[in-house]
Design a protein around this ligand. Structure first.
Ligand SMILES: [Zn+2]
Length: 390
């Protein structure tokens, strides 16, 4: 990758700024909350329409996902596939319910573009296509085939998106994966993501009249409270594990010692070892009041994306490309998980958070920085044309 090429891509994308913004707007204005089949299909329609115009595209597959809509995979530069493939990964679903667009329509103000799901990550779906277009137009050839895979259920845990991505990753020798999720503050790419787990704790106590004979009861609520206090102490241990009992239910009436209570637990961890540790802790919970019984269910949902040497290598390459177009690329390790976590667990080098700078993912002030579109595109084009065969 030479610096001249990155600058060429930058200029190419800058010359298409208005068209790219129009494309992003079209995607944002088709609402596609996870589970909205019609919205999902309509977004995929727009992306496929654009991809169909590119010479480098060799195949487009739309995969029906019952109750969600469609995943789409766009294969490009097939003549390079002997050298393996590079995966570009994203998602077309958002967390914003239908009607959000009415309340918060597309708005461009002081260099920022607002709209539901624009930052996470409709703008990046558009950018992925635009980067491929720039490579075609500039007659640049990536070192490997490039496969763009966009899922439709990422925001609700990728139950279907994960096996879909896994199968694509296994279909060719996958050299690396670039995940187009939003970057961390300051446009920093993500070189580490915590893994996640979802657990439930259920306590069975013993009911009794709270006024007449409370001593005959064993409060499930008290037990759950004590367990919660012990579990939350993990957060102070200085490890990479964080745990939150975020929802509790229990009891029937205020004058009855509660016979049952339950809590929902979110856990995050930085390493595989910590994931085993948290599973060990939760599967070994013992009642503090021995008259109660404690049950734990659930499990690990996404493995961690660890900042391994291969991840750092990818980041260094990205940083060098960014420097060629005069911006300083930072990195961050974050608590939130993405589909990058799954790919990393397969042993694929992953660089995540390559999307356009902005802020407010999942929030009402969600926006991107218009200035960053071309720059981020040039960075991604640079990464796609880097040699990963060594
Ligand atoms: Zn996302």
């Amino acid at each position: 990758m030479n610096g001249q090429f990155a600058r060429q891509v930058l200029e190419q994308l800058q010359s298409r700024q208005a068209e790219i913004e129009k494309f992003i707007r079209a995607l944002v204005e088709v609402e596609s909350p996870s589970g909205d089949e019609e919205g999902s299909r309509a977004v995929v329609d727009l992306l496929v329409q654009a991809a169909n115009k590119l010479d480098c595209v060799s195949a487009i597959d739309r995969v029906n996902v019952p109750d969600f809509g469609q995943h789409v995979v766009i294969r490009t530069f097939p003549e390079q596939s002997a050298a393996g493939q590079i995966l570009l990964v994203g998602h077309t679903d958002t967390v914003h319910a239908r009607g959000s667009l009415n309340e918060r329509p597309w708005r461009r103000e002081a260099g920022k573009i607002y709209g539901p799901g624009i930052f996470d990550m409709k703008a990046n779906c558009a950018l992925a296509i635009e980067v491929l277009r720039a490579l075609c137009d500039l007659k640049a050839t990536p070192g490997c085939a490039v496969t763009l895979a966009l899922t439709c259920d990422e925001e609700v845990g990728s139950m279907s998106g994960w096996p879909f991505l896994e199968q694509i990753a296994k279909s060719h020798d996958t050299r690396c994966a670039f995940v187009m999720e939003p970057p961390a503050s300051g446009g920093r790419v993500k070189t580490g993501r915590k893994g996640t787990g979802i657990f439930a704790i259920k306590v069975e106590g013993k009911a009794a009249h709270a006024g007449l004979e409370p001593e005959k009861g064993a409060s499930a609520i008290l037990e759950l409270a004590r367990q919660t206090e012990q579990l939350h102490a993990i957060n102070l241990s200085g490890s990479g594990i964080t745990l939150n009992v975020g929802v509790v239910h229990g009891g029937t009436r205020s004058n009855v010692v509660a016979a049952q209570a339950e809590g929902e637990i979110d856990v995050r961890f930085s390493t595989e070892a910590e994931s085993l540790e948290i599973e060990r802790i939760l599967s070994n919970l013992r009642p503090i009041d021995e008259r109660t019984r404690v049950f734990v269910s659930g499990g690990i949902n996404r493995p961690p994306l660890e900042r391994t040497a291969t991840v750092v290598q990818l980041f260094e390459k990205a940083r060098a490309i960014a420097a060629q177009i005069d911006f300083e690329l930072g990195e961050a390790q974050v608590g939130g998980a993405s589909d990058g976590n799954f790919l990393a667990a397969m042993g694929i080098p992953v660089l995540d958070g390559l999307g356009i700078s902005g802020d407010g993912a999942h929030a009402v002030h969600e926006h991107i920085e218009a200035d960053d579109i071309a720059r981020r595109g040039a960075l991604i084009a640079g990464l796609l044309t880097t040699d990963y065969t060594d």
